[in-house]
Design a protein around this ligand. Structure first.
Ligand SMILES: [Zn+2]
Length: 77
């Protein structure tokens, strides 16, 4: 019986985080909220961490991206 292979995606470049993004801080206000959302920054089309407040304040600038499951540590939203 074949072992299940870890899922590999060939679209990794579509899932890069913004160069200025810090994993445990909000991209906009730098708040280290315990509940950060991973969203797509529409202007750069890169992923950033956002606190719920900033997400609500600028819903047109960011996009929730749940097109695939997150693997590893960054999967904890
Ligand atoms: Zn924020």
């Amino acid at each position: 019986m074949r072992q299940p292979m870890p899922i590999k995606y060939d679209d990794e470049k579509c899932y890069q985080f913004h160069t200025k993004d810090v994993p445990d801080r909000c991209f906009v206000c730098s708040d280290n909220s315990t509940r950060l959302l991973i969203v797509r920054h529409i202007e750069s089309m890169m992923l950033v961490h956002l606190c719920p407040d900033c997400m609500v304040n600028d819903t047109s600038g960011y996009l929730l991206d749940n097109t695939r499951p997150w693997l590893g540590e960054k999967g904890k939203i």
